[in-house]
Design a protein around this ligand. Structure first.
Ligand SMILES: Nc1ncnc2c1ncn2[C@@H]1O[C@H](COP(=O)(O)OP(=O)(O)OP(=O)(O)O)[C@@H](O)[C@H]1O
Length: 315
């Protein structure tokens, strides 16, 4: 879909997207949208397919099946090259270059180079422009790599675990910087992370993968609002009938104490305590329960999937 000014509303749109390595699918039959302007967390256990999806959007990995559009154009189309900046997990930089030489290379390679943005990111870490990359700590290198990525002024910034080697203070500082720069430049950010706290504080959208498939996708607030935590006393085996009427993502009983993560289809009857779950509780519930049906909010569903099961507050 394109908006009135001709720009696509969707930064990323995958339909039936798949990537197979040998006989094994890393990403399988994936249909999902990420709106332009979103800061989207890409989460899931090791081997879920996060890097593969980022790699396909960043043109480092060629899809086996399906289609992938970035801002409405097929990802393979040449004109979009400068629109995308992809920071891979290994954050490749030349160790013998100084910070200044690294930024100069960024300027020479990128026609839309924004020197002020790149230098601001570097200077806010109190890095010397004369320091060699090889002499920097992991976190300091991450900062230079982010400066390069933002200096490109991409419309879509793909970050593969950008906070992985940062201490909590640096992660907090770089996270804030990233959000401020993204908001100022209108950049869409898709970042993979295992750090739920970062995702919860930074991201307004979420795509959760497991086994190469989407388990949850959409606005964080809408996804959270679609779930409740139900607790109470239950004397018999199994899920109580009044709970089983709803979509039960996960349930467990310890003694007489019953707990369930539920996508309610209307009011939950009975003497149950109902609470709002946190993002981590929802994500862990889906990761522990592979049989629970996936949930994509209306904003995340592609048209081909729009007639699929409609339930809960997220529909
Ligand atoms: N180049 C490759 N060759 C063969 N298999 C691969 C390759 N890249 C990824 N895979 C496989 O694809 C699956 C998904 O891997 P991917 O790196 O996308 O997962 P991930 O979610 O990013 O994991 P992590 O959280 O550990 O970084 C895994 O089973 C992995 O072994």
């Amino acid at each position: 879909m394109t908006s009135a000014d001709g720009a696509s509303r969707w930064a990323v749109e995958a339909r039936g997207l798949g990537k197979r390595y040998g006989r094994r699918w890393a990403v399988r039959d994936l249909s999902v949208r990420i709106p332009a302007g979103a800061v989207c967390g890409l989460v899931g256990p090791n081997g879920a397919g996060k890097s593969t999806l980022l790699g396909m959007a960043g043109r480092l990995v060629r899809p086996t099946t399906g289609s992938l559009h970035v801002f409405g154009a097929p990802v393979s189309a040449a004109p979009g090259l400068t629109d995308i900046s992809f920071l891979t997990q290994d954050k490749p930089l030349f160790p013998r270059f100084t910070v200044e030489e690294t930024l100069r290379l960024g300027r020479e390679l990128n026609p839309r180079w924004d020197r002020a943005v790149a230098e601001r990111i570097v200077r806010s870490g109190k890095l010397s422009m004369a320091a060699r990359i090889g002499s920097l700590s992991g976190g300091q290198r991450s900062r230079v790599a982010l400066a390069l990525a933002f200096g490109k002024r991409p419309r879509l910034l793909l970050l593969d675990e950008p906070m992985a080697d940062l201490d909590p203070l640096a992660a907090h500082e770089i996270g804030g910087l990233l959000l401020a720069e993204a908001a100022e430049q209108g950049t869409t950010v898709v970042m993979s992370s295992h750090r739920m706290a970062d995702v919860a504080t930074m991201c307004d959208h979420l795509v959760a993968l497991d086994g190469g498939r989407v388990r949850l996708a959409g606005e964080v607030d809408t996804l959270l609002a679609a779930h409740v935590l139900v607790t109470g006393v239950h004397l018999t085996e199994g899920v109580p009938a009044e709970i089983a009427r709803h979509t039960v993502v996960e349930s467990r009983a310890v003694g007489r104490q019953f707990t369930a993560l539920v996508r309610p289809r209307g009011r939950i009857e009975g003497d149950w305590k109902i609470a709002e779950p946190g993002l981590e509780e929802v994500l862990l519930g889906y990761m522990r329960s592979p049989a629970a049906p996936p949930l994509l909010t209306a904003a995340a569903r592609t048209e081909s999937a729009e007639n699929e099961e409609d339930e809960g507050a997220a529909a």
